[in-house]
Design a protein around this ligand. Sequence first.
Ligand code: ATP
Length: 385
Amino acid sequence: MIHQREDIEGIDSAILMHPSVWEASGHVSGFTDPLVECKTCHNRFREDQIEDIKICPEKNCDGKLTESKQFNLMFQTHMGPVQDKGSQIYLRPETAQGIFVNFENVMTSTRKKIPFGIGQIGKSFRNEITPGNFIFRTREFEQMEMEFFCQPDSADEWFNYWIEFSHNWFEFIGIKKSNLRKREHTADEKPHYAKAALDIEYNFPWGWGELETINNRSDHDLKSHSEKSGKDLSFFDEESKERYIPYVIEPAMGADRTVLAVICDAYDEEDLGDEKRSLLRFKPIVSPIQVAVLPLSKNEKLAEVSNDIYKKLQKVYRCQFDNTQSIGKRYRRQDEIGTPICLTIDFDTVEKDQCVTLRHRDTMDQIRIKIEDIEKEIEKLFTSF
Ligand code: ATP
């Protein structure tokens, strides 16, 4: 979205902002989940996530649940040395508002014209009532949000555009199309200001769950911040001579959930007859390690050439150097990490042929290639994953 497009700028906005930002956005009054508590075991639950809203869902507890009350999910802290009501601030529960309050600053400093977007990736914090399902729901998580500012009449078109863009991107990073679905929000799910909202969901081992929401946020955010701050955030279009508050289309995605979905789809077990192999079939673009450099032994004779290869490749790829354990065990370890390519340096490399063994994660094929051809061969093989 950011590095490969001319119409989107990147930003890294503040985590702690003035509390008025969260008043203008509606988070102080409305960023809540319905909370119920069991009168017997005192565990707390989100009312919208349990089947029977009267009886405790905990095993071996049939306690009665309290009436639900709205629980604000924002973490609070204090700014400065005095801890009174006036110094109370919040950790951001989403990255989006940091973009809205910087809208004009970014637009004028980068000389952007509508339509354009501002995107960022960063930590958000929510005091979730029931975190869980591994990294699906945590209290501190990484969001990737982009606010795309457009002319109001073009908003529907951009809404559809960003849905397709996001869907294609999930496939591009290795999520199976059959495990993705689009789900339009029902009327009671949609925030009051949203003209349209759609979730892209993934079929997790426990069921369908949201990876991303694409929202048509209308002119709600810029309007609210204009009103609260007294700063006019309208845009004047030189060509059409029209002045308007831009509409916003927002793809809002969770990085952690996306990683979890990629891992779920990449995980595989293979029966090799005498043993079972576990592997992560990551596409090379998302593999945490792309190339492993594995000298056959710790023998000094292999050290120099192995280090040279590692240092050269490290400039281009995410690499790991490993010279402990038997080579078979090291291959299995790299399979579990999801490393697409392993390079083994042996005594023939130094004494005879100036070649290394290249092993392919998925086929387990091993070929002998010249040191000078390593990068060319990696590039060619990367397209086969
Ligand atoms: P949910 O309904 O699952 O609580 P949400 O609709 O409140 O999520 P949004 O406010 O739309 O989530 O945030 C955008 C994205 O941020 C979500 O699609 C999700 O991927 C991610 N996200 C939200 N809350 C969490 C969390 N507690 N842990 C991890 N990721 C999260």
